[in-house]
Design a protein around this ligand. Structure first.
Ligand code: AMP
Length: 461
């Protein structure tokens, strides 16, 4: 049995209940079930067979969610296509993924050739889900083409644990083609929740409207999204049963603000494309009197092994990818272990703390010391008048790199470089002292909504 069986079970009961909502489309469970089978049939009629690769270049629509389930229903290899690259890179990525078919949202068809999603549905032929399926997800990548992380069906087996949970009204804020949005969507369908899809590019106004109109009770944020909602004049009150936040570093001050606003329903999650769901910190374990409980990403999730080796976080388990497409599996190269690229440590009670991503660490000074940019980011937003902050390394002939700050001030607030520098040195020491500041109206975000430090650094190269 796979998660697809569980989705079908839910879609086959209480057919009039709403299942999927996005834009102007509203599908009941029975309409969603019908479309799921039609999409699977459309793929089959066009010659797609179990094991084939099917690339999905799609936005956040109900039809696209059902397409991804249909590909899995047939036992195929679902290849998510990243939103960013231009046409030639996209074509190269799809070629490298060795797919038999490409399905595109017609709105994106000027960038990639493929079957149009809206033309795909065939007949509503009922099918039994294939016993296994594969998902290939793109990673952020540093330069050039993204790497492709391969997950077999055991990575969705964890969803079985959710089958008896009570249904909620779930709002998905991130791309359904990224691990976060894909995980949220699949979980919502397994639980039998009403899944509402936010736009492919997040905006707080739409969130506020959907949270109110759709009576949303569960959602998941990447931290910058949550900050925007918290700062919104019409920020919703304590209507939620659960709010996950993760995907990039979460400022302790903001986590506290969220728990104060929405109650002990806000939990932090740590995961990545290559290792879905590494650790979770439930709000019930947070104690404002112990500030470290706002900094930890929690304890490892059941079934995953996590080790901090010389400051690097390594993981192993069913939710860790098999390997990168076209490369030897991790089981051959590292006994299944994967180096996350995150730097961190455990405390004596088994809670995991992340210092920084290794590529965001600023290496500076004559002794090449490590400045954890994340520590700076978290501290800067505790200063009066600073709404958002991102510290990056700026190349420097004498010192290798120096600390440069990008700051978003609160409206009408002047930023004084000397006082910021003094505060930083007072709190974190000389090593962390900034050598420059750029004031910006907002920080650049990736398509998934995370602060794009790579783009900030590129201004200096
Ligand atoms: P991605 O593969 O795009 O989902 O990015 C994964 C990376 O996001 C991880 O390797 C971490 O660096 C970062 N990340 C995810 N969750 C958290 C979290 N709760 N706190 C800090 N960083 C996180």
């Amino acid at each position: 049995m796979t998660y697809v069986d569980l989705v079908l079970q839910k879609l086959s009961t209480d057919g009039e209940r709403e299942a999927l909502i996005g834009g102007d489309t509203r599908l009941t469970r029975s309409q969603a079930r019908d479309l799921l089978f039609r999409l699977a049939d459309g793929l089959t009629q066009r010659g797609v067979r179990p094991g084939d690769g099917v690339a999905a270049f799609v936005g956040n629509t109900p039809e696209a969610v059902l397409l991804t389930v249909a590909v899995h229903l047939l036992g195929c290899r679902l290849v998510y296509v990243p939103p960013e690259p231009g046409p030639s890179e996209l074509a190269a990525l799809v070629k490298r993924a060795e797919v038999a078919a490409v399905v595109v949202d017609p709105a994106f068809s000027d960038r990639l050739d493929g079957w149009h999603l809206q033309d795909l549905p065939g007949d509503p032929v009922e099918r039994t889900p294939a016993p296994g399926h594969t998902t290939v997800s793109y990673t952020g990548g540093t330069t050039g083409l993204p790497k492709l992380a391969v997950h077999r069906s055991h990575s969705t087996a964890r969803l079985e644990a959710l089958r008896h949970m009570p249904p909620t009204n779930m709002l998905c804020n991130t791309l359904i083609t990224h691990g976060s949005g894909a995980g949220v969507s699949m979980a919502a369908l397994v639980v039998g929740s009403k899944l509402v899809l936010g736009p492919s590019t997040f905006d707080a106004d739409t969130f506020v409207r959907l949270a109110r109109d759709e009576q949303i009770t569960t959602t998941m944020f990447v931290p910058p999204m949550m900050y925007e909602v918290l700062d919104h004049p019409d920020c919703p009150g304590p209507q939620f049963l659960g709010i996950g936040v993760g995907g990039s570093p979460l400022a302790p001050r903001r986590l506290r603000q969220a728990i104060e606003k929405w109650g002990p329903v806000v939990f932090q999650a740590y995961g990545m494309t290559e290792a879905l769901g590494i650790a979770t910190m439930p709000a019930s374990d947070v104690d404002f009197a112990r500030p470290e409980t706002l900094r930890t990403v929690g304890k490892p999730n059941p079934g995953i092994e996590v080790e901090a080796r010389d400051g690097d976080v390594w993981v192993r388990g069913p939710m860790v990818m098999e390997g990168y497409w076209g490369e030897p599996p991790l089981s051959e190269t590292a006994d299944g272990w994967f180096n996350t690229g995150d730097m961190g440590y455990f405390d004596d009670n088994g809670y995991l703390y992340l210092n920084d991503r290794s590529k965001d660490v600023i290496v500076t000074g004559r002794t090449s010391d490590n400045v954890y940019s994340r520590l700076l980011d978290d501290f800067l937003v505790t200063l009066p008048g600073i709404r958002q902050a991102a510290a990056v390394g700026r190349p420097d002939e004498a010192l290798g790199e120096v600390v440069h700050l990008f700051l978003v001030p609160e409206d009408g607030h002047d930023v004084d470089f000397d006082s910021i520098r003094d505060s930083v040195v007072g709190e974190l020491g000389e090593l962390y002292q900034p050598s420059g500041i750029t004031i910006v109206p907002q920080l650049p975000l990736t398509q998934v909504g995370k602060v794009d430090k790579r783009r900030l650094r590129s201004q200096f190269r």
